[in-house]
Design a protein around this ligand. Structure first.
Ligand SMILES: [Cu+2]
Length: 354
């Protein structure tokens, strides 16, 4: 093994710490144990390469989880609120009768507490990861006033159908939007479905991994079939120590958030999840629902599901609509069935009650 490889602490070393102990770690990760608040063992995964990377894990329950909560208020967003935080923009009507939705987007450099005690120097749209969930109807005119308040060039590249100069890539239209500059992206929302947007400045992986992405929902003209609850879940990960591997995985950024904060639903309610995968550095992600099956609509571009299953996978930028209802009450897990990701944060619970 090359010296440089020996001195690296991979995410797999993080995983090993919890099972085999620290003795065999090549990279110098240390495990510190102390008594947990409720008598259990708490492990602090600590890398001596990046001293800030210490994640307190509680393995006393049936599944590992993070101890404590991040400061959602200071972060400026809460993963639970992102579930239902649909942004319909400032709505007016154009002379043609077309609905116009306007949004203000600002790229902001901001430190985000991605896990308790773990700061991450993020690049964000409007101070949050993921950025605002844009929600509109097929055929609406979308106008995004974008300001770059950071020290690096950025863009917004939307998935969807739009003119070349609105594609948000270097060389097209205004290309990179430089620090302090402003540009308005404008296009008609099509096709209906579940889409996303992200920065497309190079190096692309870095600009995405730092946090510049969000969900873009285009409702069909006649709407979706009725649902009792709708949730946005953005599958992502955080490369805490900048080694181009993720150390933690999540939906809506904070690992294990929905273990400590289960999502309440009722038996028989129809639940719709807008599920997006923006995970950088890993080729695939996946979603598995416990004790249930769901209908899956890839990209949300058809009202007819392609699958009735309990597990789907998504490559980066793939997304789809997941619909189900629960037959029995209980606390049911949902998680990546890439189980390594599940144990590094991509695990949550639905709290299903009568
Ligand atoms: Cu960027």
């Amino acid at each position: 093994m090359a010296e440089s490889e020996q001195s690296r602490i991979s995410r797999r070393d993080f995983l090993k710490v919890g099972t085999a102990g620290a003795a065999g770690l090549a990279g110098g990760a240390a495990i510190l144990q102390r008594a947990g608040a409720e008598g259990g063992s708490v492990e602090w995964l600590q890398s001596d390469r990046q001293p800030l990377c210490a994640i307190p894990l509680d393995r006393t329950g049936p599944v590992p989880t993070v101890m404590g909560e991040v400061d959602h208020e200071k972060n400026g967003f809460d993963p639970s609120e992102i579930l239902t935080d649909f942004d319909y923009g400032k709505v007016t009507t154009l002379p043609s009768g077309q609905t116009l939705r306007e949004y203000e987007f600002v790229a902001i450099e901001k430190e985000i507490e991605v896990a308790p005690g773990v700061p991450f120097p993020a690049w964000t749209y409007n101070g949050r990861i993921p950025g605002p969930t844009i929600r509109c109807t097929e055929g609406d005119r979308i106008r995004i006033h974008f300001s770059n308040g950071t020290t690096h060039p950025h863009t917004i590249h939307f998935h969807g159908i739009h003119p070349y100069e609105m594609d948000g890539v270097p060389g097209a239209g205004p290309g990179d939007i430089d620090p302090g500059q402003r540009f308005t992206y404008e296009f008609d929302a099509e096709p209906f479905g579940l889409h996303l947007y992200h920065c497309h400045t190079f190096p692309l992986a870095k600009h995405i991994a730092k946090g510049l992405y969000g969900t873009f929902i285009v409702d069909p003209k006649r709407g979706w079939p009725a649902a009792d609850q709708e949730f946005v879940m953005v599958q992502n990960g955080i490369d805490v120590d900048f080694d181009e591997e993720n150390e933690i995985y999540a939906v809506n950024t904070v690992p294990f958030h929905f273990m400590g904060n289960p999502i309440p639903i009722k038996v028989g309610e129809k639940v719709r999840i807008f599920l997006v995968n923006i995970l950088e550095f890993d080729p695939i992600n996946s979603f598995h629902l416990h004790a249930n099956f769901f209908h899956y609509y890839p990209t949300g571009t058809s009202l007819t599901p392609t699958e009735f299953t309990d597990t789907i996978m998504q490559a980066q930028a793939q997304r789809g609509i997941v619909e189900f209802s629960y037959k029995f009450p209980g606390q049911f897990m949902f998680h990546a069935h890439k189980t390594e990701f599940a144990e590094l944060g991509w695990t949550g619970l639905f709290d299903v009650t009568e």
